[in-house]
Design a protein. Structure first.
Length: 116
């Protein structure tokens, strides 16, 4: 698959310890992901929706482009990534990272990007 080509389901593009969908309705969904210390969600963007991250356990490192930012999120922290803004999620700790992603409002897609 080429970078920049949107897909409706990105679950096959990267490995996670656990993935669960808590809510889904047209234009909105809530996913829970658990990443091991070595796993990541690679550089990507979304055409129409924002990703709102809510950290439940562990530490998240969130890299962003346009403008370039490097954020550290801890349990209880929330950060929203606007549509079309490239981002990468990594586990910043020594144990598993568990977080919710609220995705909407709009049709979900995942656009993989070449490494930055």
């Amino acid at each position: 698959m080429k970078p920049g080509q949107p897909v409706k389901d990105a679950s096959h593009l990267y490995e996670v310890e656990r993935r669960a969908q808590h809510a889904a309705r047209p234009g909105f969904r809530i996913m829970e992901l658990q990443l091991s210390p070595t796993q990541k969600v690679p550089w990507h963007t979304h055409s129409n929706i924002s990703d709102t991250f809510y950290v439940l356990e562990g530490e998240m490192r969130l890299f962003l482009q346009e403008p370039k930012e490097d954020l550290h999120l801890k349990p209880g922290d929330v950060y929203a990534v606007r549509p079309t803004r490239p981002h990468l999620v990594t586990n910043a700790g020594a144990k598993s990272l568990t977080f919710l992603i609220l995705q909407g409002v709009g049709e979900y897609d995942y656009v993989p990007l070449a490494s930055h």
